[in-house]
Design a protein around this ligand. Structure first.
Ligand code: SF4
Ligand code: SF4
Length: 106
């Protein structure tokens, strides 16, 4: 989608029928990878509550990196995402969509 255009936004379906969609260990591994990229960028801090939640968790951790955030706290970030796709469509320069997520980054 070009900025300022009248094109329909590209939307991607959640791959909820894929058994891997429900694999918590894989989800947490992918979330950790994505969170690390977003922590290094922080461009989307004002888009929704998910990003400040993540950055506060990182900044309060012992390492001040994503590896210092407890895996169970990852879901506090996920719970703040209402899948509006604003970060994907308007902000992220590194975004490559991964089925089953809204905020995946490569
Ligand atoms: S898709 Fe989720 S993380 Fe991205 S801006 Fe919307 S609510 Fe925030
Ligand atoms: S979604 Fe993209 S632009 Fe936004 S903070 Fe993460 S890496 Fe940066």
């Amino acid at each position: 989608m070009r900025e300022g255009s009248l094109e329909a936004p590209t939307r991607h379906r959640l791959d909820w029928q894929n058994p891997e969609f429900y694999d918590q260990a894989k989800a947490e591994k992918e979330l950790g990878r994505v969170f690390d990229i977003c922590h290094g960028c922080r461009r989307c801090v004002n888009l929704c509550t998910a990003f400040p939640t993540l950055f506060d968790l990182v900044d309060a951790s012992a390492t001040m990196e994503v590896d210092g955030v407890a895996k169970q706290d990852y879901w506090k970030v996920v719970d703040q995402c209402y899948l509006c796709d604003m970060c994907y469509m308007t902000k992220c320069p590194t975004c490559r969509r991964i089925p089953g997520t809204s905020t995946s980054r490569t």
